[in-house]
Design a binder for this molecule. Structure first.
Ligand code: OAD
Length: 263
């Protein structure tokens, strides 16, 4: 295992022409956004997936589900990108052939300056009509001006679609649902053709997203992981950097372009 001094990883990154950065909840942890599977603080340690994150849950209790996603959306609004997100935006700027793929539904990569982000699991900021997916553009979010402090269990009736009056639902991928096809296709293509894939802050257990680093490894890319804990992805990674995203990524970026400048 490599230490937190990422010299070998920096060489691979600095030499790469096509880089994929694949992120999970851990990249946003140091911005104060909870992960899913951390023992005490993870969302799935504190909340019931079946009651909150399935199409059946929304059908059974739309106010509970909409209120929970409203609470999460507001938390993200108040969060700021951390040095890990900023380092990723720097990689994207340095390596023209780079692609950022995230499982996260927050917008912290975009706010850190990353241009085009592939969101495999949708977005908290793209609610859509529950019946006609083509209706989202007509929806105006009535909660945005609401200054009321939200708590995590507050029930809020979802708004109605301005086109057809059906309920509006969060624009995220729920358990049991397919990933957005165009996003998945673009992610697979990027993973299959990159030189280096950096996997950051994901437990690597939710499929098909967790296939992305595995596809890169099978296609001959060097896969580098940034995570303070071991994950099932350790096996496919050439280099495992044990540390947090906000610690490791800025050091990695600095070392990558120092390493290439020296040659
Ligand atoms: P998880 O909560 O499963 O995993 C978060 C990972 O981040 C763990 O491996 C942690 O060790 C690591 N981590 C924690 N803090 C970190 C830090 N500061 N820096 C770097 N890494 C850190 O989250 P995901 O892998 O993103 O899906 O979960 C995948 C999917 O499961 C999510 O997109 C979501 C969830 O159910 C949907 O909602 C569809």
């Amino acid at each position: 295992m490599e230490s937190v001094l990422p010299h070998r990883a920096a060489r691979f990154l600095g030499d790469a022409r096509r880089v994929v950065i694949f992120t999970g909840a851990g990249i946003s942890a140091e911005s104060g956004v909870p992960t899913f599977r951390d023992d005490l603080t993870g969302l799935w340690a504190r909340f019931d997936v079946q009651r909150l994150a399935t199409p059946e849950a929304f059908h059974a209790d739309p106010d509970l589900v909409w209120g929970w996603y409203e609470w999460r959306r507001r938390r993200v609004r108040r969060a700021e990108p951390n040095p890990g997100h900023l380092a990723i935006a720097t990689i994207e700027a340095r390596v023209p052939g780079s692609t950022v793929i995230t499982q996260n539904v927050d917008d912290l990569h975009e706010r850190a300056g990353t241009g085009a982000v592939i969101h495999l699991h949708g977005s908290l900021f793209a609610p859509r009509c529950v019946t006609v997916a083509a209706h989202p553009a007509t929806f105006q979010d009535p909660q945005d001006g609401d200054a009321v402090e939200l708590h995590e269990g507050r029930r809020i009736p979802p708004p109605r679609c301005a086109s057809c009056a059906a309920l509006v639902r969060p624009g995220v991928v729920w358990f049991g649902e397919a990933l957005p096809e165009a996003a998945l296709t673009a992610a697979v293509e990027a993973a299959a053709t990159c030189d280096v894939l950096l996997t950051v802050g994901t437990s690597g257990v939710v499929y098909p997203a967790a296939e992305i680093p595995r596809i890169a490894a099978r296609s001959g890319a060097t896969v580098i992981q940034v995570n303070p804990e071991p994950t099932p992805l350790d096996q496919v990674c050439a280099i495992n950097l044990r540390g947090t995203a906000a610690q490791v990524l800025p050091a990695l970026v600095a070392a990558a372009w120092e390493a290439t400048a020296e040659r």
